[in-house]
Design a protein around this ligand. Structure first.
Ligand SMILES: [Ca+2]
Length: 227
């Protein structure tokens, strides 16, 4: 029975137990997940689970008619991202939220963060005011996706209904025509807008399939500067 005295055989279970004991001490189940910046998260492959912390930038559910969820934009100093949720947490801009979720494409080119459960969104106080970033109409693209941006341009195509999804119109400041997509839940009245007017439009820098767009959040995001 020499094998029973093999010291390695006796040692192995002890080492394993020691490892398990150390592991469970080092990583308790309820430990706060490691927070990374949204820019770091955006650079990771689809399917990666991440935790980010940022200031809410769009009221939850404001984009329901085209996004079909009660999610919201989230932005930190580095970047922004859309958090997709089927539960309405009733959040509004400047709520601070820590979100753990899976990075994925929404099927139309927009990178979203999808929490497994609403409890993966931890609201904690008020966040900093997210500055609205002025960009050219031709600059709204992958590099601005997920952030709150603002353009000033001439309306080139008047608002038109887009089925059940909302309304869209187009603006151009000379750098390229940009789609403005207005979701039904935003309460924005587009009836006064016409081709040739110069408007300021702020909102969430989004992507739909082959094009990029700004999705305004509420009426104050659209201001007519010249009739
Ligand atoms: Ca994209």
């Amino acid at each position: 029975m020499t094998h029973s005295r093999n010291p390695l055989r006796l040692l192995a279970p002890a080492l394993l137990l020691a490892f398990v004991a150390v592991s469970s001490v080092a990583i308790p189940a309820n430990a706060a997940p490691q927070v990374i910046s949204i820019a770091e998260a955006r650079a990771l492959p689809s399917g990666t689970v991440v935790t980010v912390d940022g200031s809410v930038t769009t009221p939850s559910g404001a984009f329901y008619s085209s996004f079909f969820d009660y999610g919201f934009g989230l932005q930190d100093k580095s970047a922004g991202i859309y958090v997709s949720l089927q539960t309405d947490l009733g959040v509004a801009p400047r709520r601070q939220a820590r979100v753990t979720g899976t990075l994925q494409d929404n099927g139309y080119g927009l990178l979203i963060l999808v929490p497994v459960d609403p409890s993966d969104v931890v609201l904690h106080g008020a966040g900093p005011k997210v500055p609205v970033e002025a960009v050219a109409t031709g600059e709204v693209d992958e590099s601005t996706e997920g952030r709150i941006v603002r353009v000033v341009g001439t309306i080139t195509q008047a608002p038109a209904i887009d089925d059940i999804y909302g309304y869209k119109f187009y603006v151009d400041d000379g750098s390229g025509e940009l789609t403005i997509f207005v979701n039904n839940q935003t309460g924005i009245d587009l009836s006064g807008l016409a081709v040739g007017q110069i408007v300021s439009v702020a909102g969430f820098s989004s992507q739909f399939d082959t094009h990029y767009e700004i999705d305004p959040r509420f009426p104050a995001d659209i201001v007519v500067l010249s009739h």
